[in-house]
Every structure is written in C-alpha cells, then in structure tokens.
Design a protein around this ligand. Structure first.
Ligand SMILES: Nc1ncnc2c1ncn2[C@@H]1O[C@H](COP(=O)(O)OP(=O)(O)O)[C@@H](O)[C@H]1O
Ligand SMILES: [Mg+2]
Length: 306
C-alpha cells in the first residue's frame, strides 16, 4: 500500500490584498504533519495576515490554500474544528477568571460540560496555572496570560495549533516556559505553526521556517541549513577601515561590508582569524557564530528588528 502524506497546510501562489495594498504576495509553502514550522519576519511582513487566512477568519484574495486537505473557502467549519489558535493579541475576557475563560471558550466547540471541566483541569495543569484557577485575568502576568491563551487554543484537542507571536513582550524566563510547552506539544505529534520576530526563538524551536519580508517569502528551509547556505557557520568581523579592505583585496579574501563592519563568512573561523592576523593589520578582530539575522541582513540589507 502506498501511503500518500497530505501536508497539514498547503499554500500555492497565496495572496491577500487590502484595497490596492498587497499584504501577502504570491506565497507558497507546505507544512507537514508533526513539524514545528515558523514564519519569521519583521513587523509588517504579512505574518498575521497569513495566519488569519489559515485560521479561516480572513478570506484570501488569490491562490490556493488548503488545511488538512480542505479548501479554506469551502470548508472553514471543518478546518476550525481541527485547529487551535493563539492570536497575537491575547483577547481573554478580562472580567472572568482563568477557569471561566476556558469553560466559556469550550462552548464554541459544543464540548459537553463534563468533558470541558476535565479538559480545563488538565490544561491548567499543563500550562502551570492551577493555582491561578480563580484569578481574574487582570491580575495575571503577561507570561501567564500567554500560557492561558495557549491552553485555550488546546481545548478542542487540535491536531494543529497556530500561534501568532506566542512570546511577544515576555521576559526570558516566561518565553522559555512557553518554548517548553511547544516542545511538549510537538512530542505529542501536534503540528505547530508559529510566527515570531525573535531569531533565537525561530532557531531553537522550528524544524523548518520561512523568512518573510514585505509580503513575500524570501527563503525556506531548516534554520541551520539556511545559515550554512547563505553565510557559513561563522562570521569574522573587523571594523571597516581602508587598510583592512586593501589587505583583504590583496589576499583575495571575500568580504562584505555591513553597517560599518567588514564581515568575512567562513566555515573555518580559527584558521581565517589566524591568517588575517598574520597577513593583515586589522586591529580588533572577532569571530562569532552566524545567525538567521545575518541571513536576513544579507538578503535584505536590513536588520530584522527595524
Ligand atoms: N485590515 C487591514 N487593512 C489594511 N491593511 C492591513 C490590514 N491588516 C494588515 N494590514 C497591513 O498589512 C501589512 C502586514 O501586516 P501584518 O500581517 O499584521 O504583518 P506582521 O504580522 O508580519 O507584522 C501591514 O502593512 C499592515 O498595515
Ligand atoms: Mg503580526
């Protein structure tokens, strides 16, 4: 028997236009079952717009988009049943307790009361909010709110969860807690799709990711592969100065000048640094691991956070 694996999400030439403005422009990708797939990009890249189309809450204006093999235009109800959502804005009901927020949400899925109660207890345990069960939303920390929204997104036992900036504005400790939860979901075989503009988050969590900029996907791949393909493992850096450039030219060493720094991409930082120190008078020289930020900078000439 041949098992044909259907991607959990498949987009082809996907587009979203608001009037004349194209927010998502001819985007194609597919997300496989059980992977953590990331959409990395600066503010305004089109990530949220894309997530909303996948969530069937904002209709596409062109191209193809299927979730669990179903068209988002024709089968939104069926898709929504199988999917959990963590929106960019936490949108919890401020007047209700932690517990009530989950119970109220369970009604959207017509989950029987007894099941909803059991599920709510289980999820509060999972996101470590048991002691906050009766607390009003207003008195939760940012990290607690984010964890509660994650729990809420899991109430219908989704096979796919979509998280839009799950850790935005959280301190490192709170972010790590969310990361742990996402890793545990992935271990349970749940497909995780997330957006982020945090590079370390994307590198740590994502099996595969795309980098978006100005409504388009620039590149797609595994984080390490992208770094190796576009940069190399490391970057040797020297402050820009004419003597250094002259020497690099003479040595035939390839370099880029990025924001006042001469950068040499390499897989052999020690050898490169040693050779440069003995052949050129460069002043202060540093070597560091290449990151996705370097990939973005190389592709766009801009930093991701701008
Ligand atoms: N409802 C809307 N009407 C018009 N423009 C919008 C709307 N929603 C988003 N946009 C624009 O689309 C672009 C992408 O926004 P968004 O998807 O929120 O980006 P990101 O989530 O990557 O920060 C932005 O320029 C934004 O202003
Ligand atoms: Mg967004």
């Amino acid at each position: 028997m041949v098992v044909v694996e259907v991607p959990v999400i498949e987009a082809h030439g996907l587009r979203k236009q608001y009037g004349d403005f194209v927010a998502v422009d001819d985007v194609s990708f597919s997300v496989n079952e059980g992977e953590v797939f990331g959409f990395l990009g600066p503010n305004g890249a089109g990530k949220t717009t894309l997530m909303k189309m996948i969530q069937c809450v904002s209709p596409k204006t062109g191209g193809k988009l299927e979730v669990f093999g179903m068209d988002v235009d024709t089968h939104p109800r069926e898709i929504k049943k199988l999917m959990g959502v963590v929106p960019q804005d936490s949108n919890l009901d401020p007047d209700f307790s932690v517990y009530a927020n989950l119970m109220v949400y369970s009604r959207y899925f017509n989950i029987p009361h007894a099941d909803a109660k059991a599920m709510t207890e289980e999820l509060l345990d999972f996101v470590q909010l048991k002691e906050k069960k009766d607390t009003i939303i207003e008195y939760l920390s940012g990290g607690m709110k984010r964890r509660l929204v994650l729990a809420r997104g899991l109430i219908n036992k989704p096979r796919l969860i979509i998280l839009d900036e799950p850790t935005i504005g959280l301190d490192p400790q709170a972010r790590h807690l969310i990361w742990d939860k996402l890793k545990s979901l992935r271990a349970q075989g749940i497909t995780v799709v997330l957006t982020t503009h945090y590079l370390d988050e994307a590198s740590q969590l994502c099996d595969r990711l795309v980098i978006m900029n100005q409504s388009k996907i620039l590149v797609e791949g595994k984080p390490d592969d992208l770094i190796k393909k576009y940069i190399g493992t490391d970057i040797v850096e020297v402050e820009e100065n004419p003597a250094a450039i002259k020497c690099l030219e003479r040595e035939g060493t390839k370099y880029e000048v990025v924001r006042g720094m001469i950068q040499i991409y390499t897989n052999h930082p020690r050898e490169m640094t040693a050779a440069l120190l003995s052949n050129c008078d460069l002043g202060k020289i540093t070597a560091r691991s290449a990151t996705l930020e370097d990939v973005f900078l190389k592709l766009t000439g801009r930093k991701l956070r701008e």
